[in-house]
Design a protein around this ligand. Structure first.
Ligand SMILES: NC(=O)c1ccc[n+]([C@@H]2O[C@H](COP(=O)([O-])OP(=O)(O)OC[C@H]3O[C@@H](n4cnc5c(N)ncnc54)[C@H](OP(=O)(O)O)[C@@H]3O)[C@@H](O)[C@H]2O)c1
Length: 275
């Protein structure tokens, strides 16, 4: 049985629809990953063969103000899952982030590039990666810029803002790959089917700035909104972000035969489903 921890989150909901065979989802009512006892009780009772952890404290700016919670959930919580999954002979799959990189490389990040997180969120997720490796049978999947039908995300924010505005300013100096949670869920499935281990990158193909992404959202939705450029410095969010954090996903394609579609095609698929 495949156990999805964090099954009520944005990625978790789509993953539950994509996974093959026997699988079960749990979220905070059934497991608190910050509690070693909670983790042990549930995993020993359910005896999954694979544990996919998509639970996390994902509010990047919130992590700056709530450092202890960030490390407890994103770092220590993964350690509890790693220890118990190893004890029961299960594989641990941990979802991680491009925010473990500093964004200074200037070309797509490969799995073995040096990390250098800038934010509390990034540092806590990097601790999660280190802790996932406590289970020798682990798979770490780094992804980025997620949006999906079942969570707060950039696409929904843009469409909501455009209901009463015809002009917006969006940062144009952060570059990455917007990634639809359904395509990420299919990447996770492909990595499970191919019995991959170690670290992989998975994101929709191609890259853009948040500003270009916003313009694509309005173009594809047939909305006349002018999107002005602004800088990350001008936006002045609490957590620093990597400026260039595109992920090289060649290893995913080579080892599974699965290549996620381009980000713009994925956006079209998403918009067609929500209308
Ligand atoms: N969103 C992105 O852009 C993005 C980018 C890169 C990587 N990721 C990674 O992708 C994964 C999925 O992200 P997502 O956006 O789908 O997250 P999400 O929507 O925030 O879902 C996370 C789920 O985990 C649950 N949770 C929080 N604390 C928990 C705990 N202590 N024990 C058990 N469950 C707990 C949350 O419950 P509550 O809602 O009740 O708190 C929620 O249901 C995460 O690992 C995230 O770090 C996300």
């Amino acid at each position: 049985m495949i156990l999805v921890v964090g099954a009520k989150g944005m990625l978790g909901r789509d993953l539950m629809t994509v996974l093959p065979g026997e699988h079960r989802g749990v979220d905070l009512e059934e497991i608190d990953i910050t509690s070693p006892a909670s983790v042990r009780t549930l995993l020993v009772t359910l005896k999954p063969r694979v544990v996919v952890n998509v639970a996390a404290y994902t509010d990047v700016d919130g992590c700056e103000a709530n450092r202890d919670l960030a490390f407890a959930v994103n770092g220590d919580g993964v350690g509890h899952l790693a220890r118990v999954s190893a004890d029961i002979g299960a594989k641990l799959i941990q979802i991680s982030t491009d925010y473990v990189f500093d964004g200074g490389k200037g070309s797509p990040y490969r799995e073995d590039d040096p990390t250098g997180p800038l934010s509390v969120y990034g540092r806590s997720k990097l601790l999660g990666e280190e802790n996932a490796r406590l289970n020798p049978d682990h798979l770490i999947i780094r992804t980025q810029w997620l949006y999906g039908l079942h969570g707060k995300n950039f696409v929904e924010t843009m469409l909501r803002l455009a209901t009463d505005r015809t002009e917006l300013s969006v940062v144009d100096d952060q570059i990455g790959s917007p990634t639809w949670t359904v395509d990420l869920a299919n990447s996770i499935r492909a990595l499970i089917d191919a019995e991959c281990r170690g670290t992989y990158h998975a994101a929709n193909a191609g890259f853009c700035s948040w500003n270009e992404f916003a313009r694509a959202i309005f173009d594809e939705s047939g909305m006349a909104v002018t999107v002005h450029p602004m800088t990350t410095t001008e936006l002045n969010r609490p957590a620093p972000r990597p400026l260039y954090s595109t992920l090289d996903c060649g290893k995913l394609s080579r080892d599974t035969g699965f290549t996620p579609q381009g980000w713009r095609e994925a956006l079209r698929s998403y918009l067609s489903l929500r209308s």
